[in-house]
Design a binder for this molecule. Structure first.
Ligand code: FE2
Ligand code: FE2
Length: 246
Protein backbone atom coordinates (compact mmCIF):
# COMPACT_ATOMS: atom_id res chain seq x y z
CA UNK A 1 0.00 0.00 0.00
CA UNK A 2 1.17 3.49 -0.72
CA UNK A 3 -0.08 7.04 -0.85
CA UNK A 4 1.34 7.35 -4.38
CA UNK A 5 -1.16 7.62 -7.17
CA UNK A 6 -1.37 5.06 -9.94
CA UNK A 7 -3.94 4.29 -12.62
CA UNK A 8 -6.87 2.04 -11.86
CA UNK A 9 -7.26 -1.19 -13.83
CA UNK A 10 -9.90 -1.24 -16.59
CA UNK A 11 -10.96 -4.87 -16.45
CA UNK A 12 -14.12 -4.99 -14.24
CA UNK A 13 -12.99 -8.00 -12.20
CA UNK A 14 -9.54 -6.55 -11.59
CA UNK A 15 -11.05 -3.15 -10.80
CA UNK A 16 -13.53 -4.66 -8.33
CA UNK A 17 -10.91 -6.48 -6.28
CA UNK A 18 -8.29 -3.74 -6.58
CA UNK A 19 -10.80 -1.21 -5.23
CA UNK A 20 -11.99 -3.63 -2.57
CA UNK A 21 -8.41 -4.05 -1.43
CA UNK A 22 -8.25 -0.28 -0.95
CA UNK A 23 -11.65 -0.19 0.81
CA UNK A 24 -10.55 -2.89 3.26
CA UNK A 25 -7.32 -1.02 3.97
CA UNK A 26 -9.25 2.18 4.63
CA UNK A 27 -11.57 0.23 6.96
CA UNK A 28 -8.52 -1.02 8.88
CA UNK A 29 -7.26 2.52 9.29
CA UNK A 30 -10.60 4.04 10.32
CA UNK A 31 -11.33 1.25 12.81
CA UNK A 32 -7.84 1.58 14.20
CA UNK A 33 -8.43 5.29 14.88
CA UNK A 34 -11.74 4.41 16.52
CA UNK A 35 -9.98 1.81 18.70
CA UNK A 36 -7.47 4.41 19.82
CA UNK A 37 -10.30 6.68 20.93
CA UNK A 38 -12.02 3.77 22.69
CA UNK A 39 -8.83 2.96 24.59
CA UNK A 40 -8.53 6.61 25.66
CA UNK A 41 -12.20 6.57 26.71
CA UNK A 42 -11.72 3.37 28.69
CA UNK A 43 -14.56 1.34 27.21
CA UNK A 44 -15.06 -2.28 28.28
CA UNK A 45 -11.99 -4.48 27.58
CA UNK A 46 -14.03 -7.08 25.66
CA UNK A 47 -15.04 -4.37 23.19
CA UNK A 48 -11.43 -3.21 22.85
CA UNK A 49 -10.33 -6.76 22.07
CA UNK A 50 -13.12 -7.17 19.50
CA UNK A 51 -12.27 -3.80 17.94
CA UNK A 52 -8.60 -4.66 17.48
CA UNK A 53 -9.64 -7.99 15.94
CA UNK A 54 -11.65 -6.00 13.36
CA UNK A 55 -8.51 -4.00 12.48
CA UNK A 56 -6.47 -7.19 11.99
CA UNK A 57 -9.26 -8.75 9.89
CA UNK A 58 -9.49 -5.72 7.61
CA UNK A 59 -5.73 -5.77 6.96
CA UNK A 60 -6.02 -9.46 6.07
CA UNK A 61 -9.05 -8.77 3.84
CA UNK A 62 -7.09 -6.08 2.02
CA UNK A 63 -4.24 -8.49 1.31
CA UNK A 64 -6.64 -11.25 0.19
CA UNK A 65 -8.49 -8.91 -2.19
CA UNK A 66 -5.18 -7.83 -3.67
CA UNK A 67 -4.28 -11.49 -4.18
CA UNK A 68 -7.60 -11.98 -5.96
CA UNK A 69 -6.83 -8.97 -8.16
CA UNK A 70 -3.54 -10.61 -9.18
CA UNK A 71 -5.33 -13.94 -9.69
CA UNK A 72 -7.70 -12.13 -12.10
CA UNK A 73 -4.69 -11.16 -14.21
CA UNK A 74 -3.98 -7.79 -12.63
CA UNK A 75 -0.45 -6.48 -12.88
CA UNK A 76 1.39 -5.83 -9.62
CA UNK A 77 0.86 -2.14 -8.96
CA UNK A 78 0.64 0.23 -6.06
CA UNK A 79 -2.78 0.82 -4.54
CA UNK A 80 -3.43 4.57 -4.60
CA UNK A 81 -4.48 5.92 -1.25
CA UNK A 82 -5.58 9.40 -0.33
CA UNK A 83 -4.22 9.93 3.18
CA UNK A 84 -7.36 11.93 4.07
CA UNK A 85 -9.43 8.79 3.52
CA UNK A 86 -7.41 7.02 6.21
CA UNK A 87 -8.70 9.24 9.04
CA UNK A 88 -12.13 10.21 10.30
CA UNK A 89 -12.75 13.65 8.87
CA UNK A 90 -16.15 14.60 10.27
CA UNK A 91 -16.41 16.94 13.28
CA UNK A 92 -12.61 17.09 13.65
CA UNK A 93 -12.81 19.54 16.55
CA UNK A 94 -15.38 17.59 18.55
CA UNK A 95 -14.65 15.59 21.68
CA UNK A 96 -13.42 12.05 20.93
CA UNK A 97 -16.34 10.70 22.99
CA UNK A 98 -18.67 12.10 20.32
CA UNK A 99 -16.42 11.29 17.39
CA UNK A 100 -16.43 7.68 18.62
CA UNK A 101 -20.24 7.68 18.40
CA UNK A 102 -20.03 8.80 14.76
CA UNK A 103 -17.35 6.23 13.97
CA UNK A 104 -19.38 3.45 15.61
CA UNK A 105 -22.54 4.56 13.80
CA UNK A 106 -20.83 4.65 10.41
CA UNK A 107 -19.18 1.30 11.07
CA UNK A 108 -22.56 -0.20 11.99
CA UNK A 109 -23.98 1.04 8.67
CA UNK A 110 -21.07 -0.20 6.54
CA UNK A 111 -20.72 -3.59 8.22
CA UNK A 112 -24.47 -4.21 8.03
CA UNK A 113 -24.46 -3.49 4.31
CA UNK A 114 -21.34 -5.60 3.68
CA UNK A 115 -23.20 -8.72 4.76
CA UNK A 116 -25.88 -9.03 2.03
CA UNK A 117 -23.36 -7.79 -0.53
CA UNK A 118 -20.83 -10.51 0.31
CA UNK A 119 -23.59 -13.13 0.59
CA UNK A 120 -24.50 -12.31 -3.00
CA UNK A 121 -20.86 -12.31 -4.08
CA UNK A 122 -20.62 -15.82 -2.65
CA UNK A 123 -23.79 -16.90 -4.46
CA UNK A 124 -22.28 -15.70 -7.76
CA UNK A 125 -18.71 -16.87 -7.26
CA UNK A 126 -17.60 -20.08 -8.94
CA UNK A 127 -13.85 -19.49 -9.10
CA UNK A 128 -12.27 -21.40 -6.16
CA UNK A 129 -10.05 -18.53 -4.96
CA UNK A 130 -12.88 -16.00 -5.29
CA UNK A 131 -15.13 -18.29 -3.23
CA UNK A 132 -12.46 -18.78 -0.59
CA UNK A 133 -11.78 -15.04 -0.21
CA UNK A 134 -15.45 -14.05 -0.24
CA UNK A 135 -16.35 -16.75 2.28
CA UNK A 136 -13.67 -15.61 4.75
CA UNK A 137 -14.70 -11.96 4.40
CA UNK A 138 -18.39 -12.79 4.77
CA UNK A 139 -17.76 -14.71 7.98
CA UNK A 140 -15.61 -11.91 9.44
CA UNK A 141 -18.01 -9.13 8.44
CA UNK A 142 -20.78 -10.81 10.43
CA UNK A 143 -18.65 -10.48 13.57
CA UNK A 144 -17.77 -6.88 12.66
CA UNK A 145 -21.44 -6.01 12.35
CA UNK A 146 -22.06 -7.47 15.79
CA UNK A 147 -19.16 -5.48 17.23
CA UNK A 148 -20.35 -2.19 15.74
CA UNK A 149 -23.92 -2.46 17.04
CA UNK A 150 -22.77 -3.74 20.46
CA UNK A 151 -20.37 -0.80 20.69
CA UNK A 152 -23.08 1.68 19.78
CA UNK A 153 -25.36 0.12 22.40
CA UNK A 154 -22.58 0.48 24.99
CA UNK A 155 -22.03 4.14 24.04
CA UNK A 156 -25.77 4.73 24.46
CA UNK A 157 -25.59 3.12 27.90
CA UNK A 158 -22.55 5.18 28.96
CA UNK A 159 -23.46 8.55 27.42
CA UNK A 160 -27.23 8.26 27.74
CA UNK A 161 -29.74 7.83 24.94
CA UNK A 162 -30.72 11.52 24.87
CA UNK A 163 -27.16 12.63 24.25
CA UNK A 164 -26.47 9.97 21.60
CA UNK A 165 -29.77 10.73 19.81
CA UNK A 166 -29.01 14.44 19.83
CA UNK A 167 -25.59 13.72 18.32
CA UNK A 168 -26.61 11.08 15.78
CA UNK A 169 -29.96 12.31 14.56
CA UNK A 170 -28.79 15.31 12.48
CA UNK A 171 -25.95 13.21 11.06
CA UNK A 172 -27.82 10.02 10.18
CA UNK A 173 -28.90 10.95 6.66
CA UNK A 174 -25.34 11.97 5.86
CA UNK A 175 -23.98 8.63 7.11
CA UNK A 176 -26.38 6.96 4.69
CA UNK A 177 -25.77 9.39 1.81
CA UNK A 178 -24.33 6.86 -0.66
CA UNK A 179 -27.36 4.59 -0.29
CA UNK A 180 -30.03 7.29 -0.12
CA UNK A 181 -28.81 8.54 -3.50
CA UNK A 182 -28.81 5.08 -5.10
CA UNK A 183 -30.15 4.95 -8.63
CA UNK A 184 -32.47 1.99 -8.97
CA UNK A 185 -33.53 2.21 -12.58
CA UNK A 186 -32.97 -1.02 -14.46
CA UNK A 187 -29.51 -1.12 -15.87
CA UNK A 188 -28.48 -3.36 -18.73
CA UNK A 189 -26.75 -6.55 -17.66
CA UNK A 190 -23.14 -5.62 -17.48
CA UNK A 191 -21.19 -8.63 -16.37
CA UNK A 192 -20.71 -12.00 -18.03
CA UNK A 193 -21.10 -15.30 -16.19
CA UNK A 194 -17.32 -15.54 -16.01
CA UNK A 195 -17.12 -12.12 -14.35
CA UNK A 196 -19.92 -12.97 -11.92
CA UNK A 197 -18.03 -16.19 -11.20
CA UNK A 198 -15.19 -14.03 -9.89
CA UNK A 199 -17.53 -12.61 -7.25
CA UNK A 200 -19.00 -9.62 -9.07
CA UNK A 201 -22.64 -8.51 -8.70
CA UNK A 202 -24.76 -6.85 -11.38
CA UNK A 203 -24.90 -3.15 -10.59
CA UNK A 204 -28.68 -2.90 -10.31
CA UNK A 205 -28.86 -5.83 -7.91
CA UNK A 206 -25.97 -4.39 -5.90
CA UNK A 207 -27.81 -1.09 -5.32
CA UNK A 208 -31.10 -2.83 -4.52
CA UNK A 209 -29.39 -5.06 -1.95
CA UNK A 210 -27.77 -2.13 -0.21
CA UNK A 211 -30.93 -0.06 -0.12
CA UNK A 212 -33.00 -2.99 1.18
CA UNK A 213 -30.45 -3.46 3.95
CA UNK A 214 -30.70 0.19 4.96
CA UNK A 215 -34.47 -0.07 5.04
CA UNK A 216 -34.84 -3.47 6.68
CA UNK A 217 -31.79 -3.65 8.97
CA UNK A 218 -30.05 -0.32 9.51
CA UNK A 219 -33.03 1.99 10.10
CA UNK A 220 -34.80 -0.48 12.47
CA UNK A 221 -31.55 -0.98 14.47
CA UNK A 222 -31.16 2.79 14.98
CA UNK A 223 -34.84 2.93 15.97
CA UNK A 224 -34.39 0.09 18.46
CA UNK A 225 -31.44 1.93 20.01
CA UNK A 226 -33.69 4.93 20.53
CA UNK A 227 -31.69 7.31 18.37
CA UNK A 228 -34.20 7.46 15.50
CA UNK A 229 -37.94 8.09 15.77
CA UNK A 230 -40.13 5.05 15.10
CA UNK A 231 -41.97 6.54 12.12
CA UNK A 232 -38.86 7.63 10.24
CA UNK A 233 -38.22 5.95 6.91
CA UNK A 234 -35.97 6.13 3.87
CA UNK A 235 -37.99 8.90 2.25
CA UNK A 236 -37.76 11.20 5.23
CA UNK A 237 -34.00 10.64 5.49
CA UNK A 238 -33.68 11.24 1.75
CA UNK A 239 -35.51 14.57 2.11
CA UNK A 240 -33.23 15.53 4.99
CA UNK A 241 -30.16 14.71 2.94
CA UNK A 242 -31.39 16.78 0.01
CA UNK A 243 -32.09 19.69 2.35
CA UNK A 244 -28.53 19.56 3.66
CA UNK A 245 -26.46 18.80 0.58
CA UNK A 246 -28.88 19.70 -2.20
FE1 FE2 B 1 -13.50 -6.33 5.61
FE1 FE2 C 1 -15.45 -5.25 8.29
Amino acid sequence: MTAMSSKLPRDPVQLCWFRQSRTEYMAASLTSELCHWLIQLGVRPDLLVRGTKVVADEVRHSAMCHELYLHAGGQPRQVPLDRRSLRHADDPDADIADRAITAAGELAVEESIALPVFKTRLRNATDPLAREVVEIILKDEATHRGFAWDLLEELVRVRGVDHVREWCRPRLAFWLRIYLRARLEDEPVQYSDAQLGMGLIQRGEHWRLMLACVSEVVIPRFQKLGVLEADCDLNRLRDELEAVVG
